[in-house]
Design a binder for this molecule. Structure first.
Ligand SMILES: Cc1cc2nc3c(=O)[nH]c(=O)nc-3n(C[C@H](O)[C@H](O)[C@H](O)COP(=O)(O)OP(=O)(O)OC[C@H]3O[C@@H](n4cnc5c(N)ncnc54)[C@H](O)[C@@H]3O)c2cc1C
Length: 417
């Protein structure tokens, strides 16, 4: 039986471990921390179990839903209310309905004009007059959007979304990673707006994201128990110091030799950025009407607000609302590089400004904050070692799961398993 060692027990590592085990490989997962799941994890706030990291997944290609359903998990759609945008002048707008990462498919639509102004919308409309191949070779996402639709669309619509999802400005992102197929479609159909329309039409009906009844962390529990049934060995609290084509060396000095090494984490990650999630459980009847739909993305520099996004989780996920008492709400705010000191109060005042309602300190039933580190650089290639996970596939569960499955298929072919 061929053997494989998977370094890192995040979702990418667990998924490739499962696929390899199904293919007849003897798999060992080696995880540094004392739990599996990586950026998918849970915490308990005011007695309610909530996601402490990822809380949804992109529905594209059905990648995550197929896996979840094969593990017996219930996929749930979010409320159709949609998200809002907090502009830098303190006003809030519903996000334009038909857009892709904030790029409008109809630049002169009323909901686009409301956010970027008439001049910004007319500038974006120029995209329709340019030739389809203009900027279609541009791999930098920010430059592409700026050239086709101008700075207003880039800074007021697209940047808040990529900062919310990828923690990066569009100028730091690769188009082919964040919007696969967009450049090819643009040169085929003639404009960026038209390409967005086509990609949106090709996407599965319904929302662009889904969740799991009970929380995304259910996926990790289900994967872990599936791996146990398949005889996969899981070693926790075992940080790996180095890897090569023939095996791995643990920080303890122990050497584990194997036929195949899969690296499902970034080992060398200098210059990390930190994201902090602050969760409030509130007794707040004024939030029953979901004043900002499922939440807001914040344009950087908006009106003294430090949060970069707010999710009104209990308005977004019907399964969560069903677990709460009357007038109880869960609100989750995300921050870049924030001190934990005073964060509870900062989160309360940000939530007040963003949701446009008063939230008294006495209405807080529970608070917790969780800090996450994101490597600033991707894991460089290592000869003979398969790379999966965020470092190789980009951010997001759909991306890492899709890539882990295709790498498993390739490896099984190589191993003749
Ligand atoms: C706050 C936050 C919210 C997010 N929300 C969403 C969302 O709603 N939807 C979505 O699709 N995506 C979301 N993401 C992104 C998504 O969670 C990640 O892209 C995905 O979980 C990455 O999985 P991974 O397995 O590649 O990496 P990770 O989850 O980072 O797992 C890597 C694992 O490797 C382990 N490890 C590290 N070093 C070593 C070592 N030396 N030896 C052994 N093990 C090691 C780590 O402990 C960890 O368990 C979010 C991310 C964050 C931070």
């Amino acid at each position: 039986m061929p053997s494989a060692v998977v370094v890192g027990g995040g979702v990418a590592g667990l998924v490739i471990a499962r696929e390899l085990a199904i293919g007849g490989v003897a798999v060992t997962v080696i995880e540094a921390s004392d739990r599996l799941g990586g950026k998918v994890s849970r915490h308990t706030v005011a007695g309610i179990e909530l996601d402490a990291g990822a809380e949804s997944f992109a529905t594209r290609a059905g990648t995550v839903a197929t896996l979840a359903e094969s593990l017996g998990l219930a996929v749930e759609s979010p409320s159709p209310d949609g998200a809002w945008l907090q502009a830098s002048d303190g006003r809030a707008f519903p996000l334009p309905k038909t857009s892709l990462l904030g790029i409008p498919s109809i630049p002169l639509a009323a909901d686009v004009i409301e956010v970027v102004g008439l001049a910004g919308a007319f500038r974006a409309q120029l995209d329709e007059l340019m030739l389809g191949f203009a900027a279609s070779k541009e791999r930098n996402f920010g430059k592409l959007v700026r050239r086709r639709m101008g700075a207003a669309v880039l800074e007021r619509l697209v940047a808040p979304i990529t900062l919310g999802i990828h923690s990066r400005h569009p100028d730091e992102l690769d188009v082919d990673v964040v919007a696969p197929g967009l450049r090819a479609m643009m040169s085929r159909v003639g404009s960026l707006a038209h390409a967005v329309r086509e990609l949106r039409a090709a996407a599965p009906a319904g929302s662009a994201v889904s969740g799991l009844g009970g929380g995304i962390f259910e996926l990790v529990d289900a994967l872990a128990s599936d791996l146990r049934k398949r005889g996969v060995i899981v070693r926790l609290s075992s940080p790996v110091a180095s890897v090569d084509a023939d095996g791995v060396t643990l920080a303890s000095g122990e050497r584990v030799d194997t036929d195949t090494v899969v690296l499902a984490t970034a080992l060398a990650a200098p210059g990390e950025t930190t994201i902090t999630l602050a969760t409030l459980v509130l007794d707040a009847p004024q939030l029953d009407r979901a004043p900002r739909g499922t939440g807001l993305l914040v344009v950087p520099g908006a009106d003294g607000i430090r949060a970069k996004a707010l999710t009104h989780s209990s308005a977004k996920w019907p399964w969560l609302a069903a677990r709460l008492g009357e007038h109880q709400h869960v609100v989750r705010l995300s921050y870049n590089r924030v001190s934990p000191e005073g964060l509870r109060e900062q989160a309360r005042t940000d939530a007040e400004k963003l949701l446009g309602v008063e939230i008294a300190a006495s209405s807080i039933l529970g608070f917790d904050s969780v800090e996450w580190a994101q490597p600033a650089t991707a894991q460089p290639a290592i000869a003979g070692v398969t790379l999966v996970g965020e470092g190789a596939a980009g951010t997001g569960l759909a991306a890492v799961i899709g890539q882990a499955r295709s790498e498993a298929e390739r490896l099984l072919g190589d191993l003749g398993a």
